[in-house]
Design a protein around this ligand. Structure first.
Ligand SMILES: [Zn+2]
Length: 498
């Protein structure tokens, strides 16, 4: 079967590009199973401790990728002195203890209140109610003196309907309370956007976010569950309050995207860049993994998610550097995917090559695979490079399945979406699956996703197909376009009109 489709692929290419080299002569065909296996076994090794963003194992992976770029001869992006695009993250570790006496109630950490920010604290004072706590007016502080007191406010604002708006308002009122000399801020949580148990899980676990500034919040700040309006008496000021807690320790930690450039050979087209991406971070060890683990296997190795795609990225860097295509290639290994697509969001906000020169993003990410006869390409029919992706896969004996598990809305759940939202056509090239089934869930975000369970023959073909697809796209006469009417088409028009 493979042999038959292999020949069909070569014939097709011979017709469409008169001077095309036979695939067997391309560097892609010289990639070896041993080298992709070695790279995957390194990236997914226990020693890298699940490559969690902000932790040493993640840096070891970044360093490994950067030194591979150096050995291959990739250049840092213009204006960069090395391959790392350093990103500041705000890391928050949950309160380890807390007791709160408010009016006549004693409240429990977790089930009734959470600590949002603050240093270790032991205080006794009284409350001042300040409405939403966002203004000086009658709906806010209304001239009340809060120095040395704890401000009590409603969570959010009259306009805040989304979770993000809630957090933004929360930050604003913390700043205002601190400016006014309060020693603490308590928000009464009643919002329906996130039920209380979700709030508890979020703030009683470790969190990482892109740091908007290097100034860390110091004011003690609590959210208290008021879902049943059980704390109505707090709308009266001057209630006694005492708080003792470890606080929620926050610090800036650094992680990095790893970025290398391969210059195109065509004097004009080399000013256009095809961005190849794959995230190399995973979720860590033990409790960090968010799933069951055992004493004998507590490391979430992330062999499929996404050492697999990272190896494809490295393979494409090697093949495309060995024989450069017409357009330039921007190779971006991303951190921070597992904590909310944050490495790609940071890159899209701080691009090292202007985004309007970035004509396409081929991302590689995946939950795993249960069909080694194919690759699954999320967004295949939307992003204008279907013919190239199909021809490249076919050349290495793989067929292409478009839009697997549509109910999962995968297009908007991987790093490609941060580029797509800016207008860059951006499909995700994944290992083969059509649906999420038991075979997939056996490894997806599980401690069992170990290198020993990988089909390395399939990994090699996947890497070859990914690299060749990137080559065909980078050599294509006209750059790929979103299909008419796609939800990201308007963003593309705005981006490339500049
Ligand atoms: Zn994942």
């Amino acid at each position: 079967m493979f042999r038959l489709s292999l020949f069909a692929g070569i014939t097709l290419l011979a017709v469409t590009t008169a001077v095309a080299q036979p695939v067997s002569k391309l560097p892609e065909s010289k990639l070896s199973r041993a080298e992709v296996e070695a790279q995957l076994r390194f990236l997914a090794a226990d020693e890298l401790q699940g490559r969690r963003t902000g932790e040493p194992g993640n840096w070891v992976a970044a360093r490994y990728i950067a030194e591979q770029f150096r050995a291959l001869g990739l250049k840092p992006a213009a204006g960069q002195t090395d391959y790392f695009q350093r990103i500041p993250f705000l890391q928050a570790k949950p309160a380890t203890y807390g007791s709160l006496r408010l009016g006549s109630d004693s409240l429990q950490l977790g089930s009734q209140f959470v600590v949002i920010s603050g240093k270790p604290t032991d205080l006794k004072t009284e409350t001042v109610y300040a409405g939403y706590g966002l203004t000086d007016g009658a709906d806010g502080y209304n001239g009340r003196d809060v120095r040395g007191k704890v401000v009590v406010a409603q969570v959010g604002s009259p306009e805040a309907t989304t979770n993000r708006a809630l957090l933004t308002a929360s930050e604003q009122k913390r700043k205002l309370a601190a400016d006014k000399g309060a020693v603490g801020l308590i928000e009464l949580y009643t919002s329906g956007t996130y039920p209380w148990p979700i709030v508890t899980r979020a703030f009683q676990g470790e969190q990482l976010a892109l740091a908007s500034s290097t100034e860390l919040p110091t004011l003690l700040h609590l959210w208290v569950d008021n879902g049943k309006n059980q704390l109505a008496t707090l709308k009266e000021s001057s209630q006694p309050v005492s708080i003792r807690t470890s606080g929620r320790v926050q610090r800036i930690v650094e992680a990095a995207n790893v970025v290398g450039v391969i210059e195109g050979t065509d004097p004009k087209l080399k000013n256009e860049y095809v961005l190849l991406s794959a995230h190399f971070d995973h979720v860590g060890v033990g409790k960090q993994g968010g799933q069951l683990y055992t004493a004998s296997d507590s490391i979430f190795n992330g062999a499929r998610d996404n050492a697999f795609g990272t190896v494809a990225l490295l393979a494409s860097a090697k093949a495309l550097q060995a024989q450069r295509p017409k357009r330039s290639i921007l190779v971006v290994a991303l951190t921070g995917e597992e904590i909310g697509l944050l490495g790609s969001r940071y890159y899209a906000e701080h691009p090292l090559i202007p985004l309007n020169q970035t004509v396409f993003n081929l991302n590689s990410d995946g939950a795993g695979y249960n069909d080694t006869t194919l690759v699954s390409v999320i967004g295949l029919n939307r992003t204008g490079a279907k013919a190239e992706i199909e021809a490249a896969s076919k050349a290495f004996g793989l067929s292409v399945f478009a839009d697997p598990a549509p109910e999962q809305n995968l297009f908007d759940r991987s790093d490609n979406v941060n580029f797509a939202a800016k207008g860059v056509p951006a499909p995700t090239f994944s290992a083969g699956f059509k649906t999420f089934d038991a075979d997939l869930f056996k490894y997806y975000h599980q401690a069992a996703d170990n290198p020993d369970t990988i089909n390395f023959g399939y990994l090699l073909k996947f890497c070859q197909a990914f690299s060749y697809a990137a080559r065909l796209i980078a050599d294509k006469q006209n750059r790929p376009q979103w299909v008419a009417g796609d939800k990201y088409e308007a963003a593309a028009k705005a981006l490339y009109a500049k």
